[in-house]
Design a protein around this ligand. Structure first.
Ligand code: 13P
Ligand code: SF4
Length: 305
């Protein structure tokens, strides 16, 4: 039996569903039941009637699925699949920061731990962040964590003065403007599409900025034939499937380096997925109190989305 057949057989036996983010390897994307950006994956996790969710993404995403589905078994292929951005907001330091700014509304980007979600007033993702910020009364100070680059972008977009946590994504923060300009010179007609986790100087050169889903949709509706893709290149698999006649050029960090690939997302493999379904582990287990506290800020976001 092929490894794909083994995976499909186990999925049926366990009444499991496979959710995957666009930064997963193409073979994982092709076997997933449902693909999406962080918002779509959270929305889908809320609806499924499967007994088991095999979550192919990173830890904070599977924690979100568990918070929204406390009675279901949520498993992941690799426990080490974390996120540099989520790791930047350590629980105690975050708690001190929130206590110091008692009268502020705490908006946390979904790329954070369950503990941080539990201390937040509302969660946002890259697809709804602007809307969430705009939903907060003008006279309220806002704490925004953990991504200072997304936070700066939101300050520009909304005109609000956000108090920012000092975190960033290790993948998006090291894209260089020099490399982007070199590519633009080589492909002058290309549309530059970028994720809002990038540095401001790169976003200033982008023709379109959005979540992974929004970037994929943009390549479908845009008249352009060439796209310079300023995010994790995993998204290109869906772009090529939807419009194979177009040309997608990933922005690499430096010659020959694969550091534009998220090292955490890329830990997941088909073999680890098979093992996870066989053993129903590693399983996401969260503290009951944390789950209860983290639910309202997530539900608030889903209601506004
Ligand atoms: P999206 O919500 O746009 O899919 O982004 C998730 C992420 O981790 C980007 O680095
Ligand atoms: Fe986290 Fe960055 Fe990887 Fe997204 S790309 S999961 S923000 S480390």
């Amino acid at each position: 039996m092929s490894r794909i057949d083994t995976l499909l057989k186990l999925k049926k036996e366990k009444n499991a569903i496979i959710l995957a983010h666009y930064y997963q390897d193409p073979d994982i994307q092709d076997i997933a039941d449902y693909m999406g950006d962080s918002l779509a994956l959270a929305q889908f996790a809320q609806k499924t009637d499967a007994d088991v969710i095999l979550f192919c993404g990173v830890h904070f995403m599977s924690e979100t699925a568990k918070i929204l589905n406390p009675t279901k078994t949520v498993i992941i292929p690799d426990l080490e699949a974390g996120c540099s951005l989520a790791d930047s907001a350590e629980t105690k330091a975050f708690s001190d920061w929130v206590k110091k700014n008692k009268n502020a509304t705490v908006v946390s980007y979904i790329n954070c731990s369950a503990d941080v979600k539990a201390m937040s007033d509302i969660i946002c993702t890259s697809s709804n962040a602007e809307k969430i910020i705009n939903s907060i009364p003008n006279n309220k100070p806002i704490l925004f964590a953990p991504d200072k680059l997304l936070g700066s972008y939101l300050m520009k977009k909304t005109g609000r003065d956000l108090i920012l946590w000092d975190g960033y994504c290790q993948v998006h923060a090291i894209f260089s403007l020099k490399d982007l300009i070199k590519l633009k010179v080589r492909y002058p007609k290309a549309e530059i599409i970028a994720h809002p986790e990038c540095e401001e100087e790169l976003l200033d050169h982008a023709d379109f900025i959005g979540s992974t889903t929004a970037l994929i949709k943009r390549t479908e509706i845009s008249e352009a034939k060439d796209f310079i893709v300023v995010t994790e290149p995993g998204v290109i698999h869906q772009m090529e499937k939807l419009n194979p006649q177009k040309n997608y050029i990933p922005l690499a960090n430096t010659e020959g380096c694969a550091c534009n690939e998220c090292p955490y997302m890329r830990l997941n493999t088909i073999e680890k997925m098979i093992q996870a379904l066989e053993t129903l582990s590693p399983e996401i287990i969260l503290d009951e109190t944390i789950m209860k506290k983290a639910t309202p800020p997530l539900i608030k976001m889903l209601e506004l989305s």
